[in-house]
Design a protein around this ligand. Structure first.
Ligand code: ZN
Length: 352
């Protein structure tokens, strides 16, 4: 490939959790210099056309149940245990500190962005644009003190739950085949969190909610509905994927679905087997576009969090994938899917 790859603004990665678990000093240098581990570091990201995205903080212990290794089948894992606030808050602080140290050490090549304008300016200057996102709000207390403080630090997107229960609601366990309708949704505190996020113009991520929680957010929230890294249930009937009704509701709200590259959320057989071509990924995109509309579909890789198709390999594989999207949808629509729609939906959520 000789031409410059299409830019990709991506809805979800777990880089910060990967770096946190390395437990060595100066993990920010591993990202900036390139440690070559798992899917993402700065040099590889640049090669693949990755220009920015949501950088998730998931306060997950390295040996926690409910976290699959590369290649391990995760079809029917037990629901992950609750994550106590007194673990989650310091872990989130450590991941946020890593994010800001990457920015500090990057010599202007990496910026934590708090508005759509900042993302667009960063992209124009060739600066990687990162959005501070929490995946599972265990670090937020029942008085929402941490929410106010984290917002001022740059937090702009929250998934109220990961695939575990917390004070805000019930996450969806990883099951296959399974409906996403797996149990109770939001708690009263969870509903209050949605209202507070609306008032603060913080994006709410639906990706790890079960179906009941999804519809509760849809009923309460006045923001566009966003599922940052989820796929099509009609193609791959995983509990983590979205039914056609959910996809339609996201489209009607002017929201966004980011395509997840996890093998087991892509494959019709639910296996964690990386023998998947771009054709399967394009099938999911076609289905999403067909229901939600071309303006409501983007990418949400799950790099450094999930096992991804061999056709992608790591973030450098984005160059080939964006080229396949371009060949399939045409350049204009491909630019929307690869970055434009994400920036637009964040602008609709955050305001100008
Ligand atoms: Zn996730």
């Amino acid at each position: 490939m000789t031409a410059k790859p299409l830019p990709v603004f991506d809805g979800h990665n777990d880089l910060l959790l990967r770096l946190l678990h390395k437990q060595k000093p100066a993990a920010e240098r591993d990202f900036l210099d390139g440690d070559g581990e798992r899917h993402m570091d700065m040099p590889r990201a640049i090669k693949g056309g990755f220009v920015g995205g949501l950088f998730a903080m998931n306060a997950q212990k390295p040996d926690a149940e409910g976290l699959a290794e590369d290649g391990e089948e995760i079809s029917n894992l037990p629901m992950a245990p609750e994550m106590p606030y007194d673990y989650a808050l310091p872990a989130t602080m450590a991941m946020a500190a890593l994010l800001f140290r990457i920015e500090d050490e990057s010599a202007g090549r990496f910026k934590v962005c708090r508005s759509a304008g900042e993302i667009r300016r960063a992209m124009e200057k060739g600066v990687m644009a990162a959005v501070f996102h929490i995946e599972g709000a265990e670090a937020v207390d029942a008085d929402f003190d941490a929410l106010d403080v984290l917002y001022r630090a740059g937090l702009r997107s929250i998934g109220p739950v990961w695939s575990r229960p917390n004070i805000f609601g019930h996450g969806v366990p990883f099951s296959f085949p399974s409906s996403p309708d797996t149990g109770p949704g939001l708690t009263d505190l969870g509903k209050e969190l949605v209202k507070r996020c609306n008032a603060m113009k913080v994006a709410i991520d639906l990706s790890h909610l079960n179906e009941k929680g999804f519809w509760e957010v849809a009923a309460i929230s006045d923001a566009p509905l966003i599922a940052s890294h989820s796929n099509v249930h009609a193609i791959a009937p995983s509990s983590r994927n979205l039914t056609d009704r959910q996809i339609a509701a996201i489209g009607e709200s002017g929201g966004l679905i980011g395509l997840n590259y996890a093998n087991d959320f892509l494959r019709p057989d639910g296996r964690n087997n990386p023998d998947i071509g771009f054709d399967v990924m394009l099938r999911h995109l076609d289905h999403l576009v067909g229901i939600a509309g071309i303006g409501c579909v983007g990418l949400g890789s799950d790099f450094d969090g999930a096992s991804v198709p061999a056709a992608i390999g790591d973030v450098t594989g984005l160059a080939g994938f964006s080229e396949a999207i371009c060949a399939h949808f045409g350049e204009e629509d491909a630019r929307q899917i690869c970055y434009g729609n994400w920036i637009d939906v964040l602008e609709r959520t955050w305001g100008g």
